[in-house]
Design a protein around this ligand. Structure first.
Ligand code: DX5
Ligand code: ZN
Length: 219
């Protein structure tokens, strides 16, 4: 029975209490912390950068699953690695040398993630699947929390699960955007290993984070 991991997105947390919010996630059994970095250029929103990540990292023992929605991304990989990112996930559209950026992340001994937007095809990364640790399937267009889940991306999850079985690859599949207590089951059935969630975890059941994480994890 595979263990489903939960990576709560702090985009939906109380930004005035981020340190405390991360502690709450840790105590509630989160497996990692999903940190959405946005630059107002790759996506029409702006969040946090390396100094804040560095400060938060001191407060938590959990791995930081850092989702870089920034471009150009290559020249910033070092600063996110040094700030304490454990997984660094980039978008193929944000670099003009995807393999070079993958190797740059590896240089800092970090886990490598590639994120596919809803309209980005698997073909963009198919030749590099043996070079990465994680593929992040976006089930919303990146930029904001609280958006509606796009079920059509589940076909990509299924396809990637099939590819990794056939080629005996061991990248994990993470899905991100609009995940709730219903579609989480579809995502898991399709082959997802890690669920990212912001709104569902922070806003449901009167903000009972532990209950929401447990509900998401239960198949
Ligand atoms: C969107 C981010 C997601 C988002 C998830 O660009 O990458 O991680 O914050 O939030 P919900 O679960 O509210 O869709
Ligand atoms: Zn994200």
């Amino acid at each position: 029975m595979k263990k489903i991991q939960i990576s709560p997105s702090i985009l939906s947390a109380d930004f005035s209490q981020l340190g405390k919010e991360i502690k709450k996630l840790e105590d509630a059994g989160a497996d990692m912390i999903h940190v959405d970095v946005m630059d107002g250029h790759f996506v029409p929103n702006l969040t946090i950068g390396p100094p804040v990540i560095k400060a938060l990292k001191k407060n938590s023992l959990l791995p930081f699953d850092v989702h870089l929605m920034i471009s150009p991304v290559h020249k910033y990989i070092e600063s996110y690695a040094n700030a304490g990112a454990d997984i660094i996930t980039i978008h193929p559209e944000a670099t003009n040398n995807l393999l070079g950026s993958i190797n740059k992340i590896k240089e800092f001994k970090k886990k490598v993630g590639i994120s596919l937007n809803p309209e980005t095809k698997i073909q963009v990364v198919e030749e590099l699947l043996d070079q990465i640790d994680l593929i992040l399937i976006m089930s919303v267009n990146p930029g904001f929390g609280g958006q509606k889940f796009m079920p059509e991306v589940l076909n990509k999850v299924k396809k990637l699960d099939e590819i990794r079985k056939n080629l005996k690859l061991n990248f994990v599949i993470e899905i991100d955007g609009g995940i709730n207590f219903e579609n989480s089951k579809l995502a898991i059935k399709s082959g997802a290993d890690i669920l990212v969630s912001g709104t569902t975890i922070f806003k449901n059941n009167n903000g009972d984070i532990k209950k929401n994480i447990d509900l998401l994890r239960s198949i």
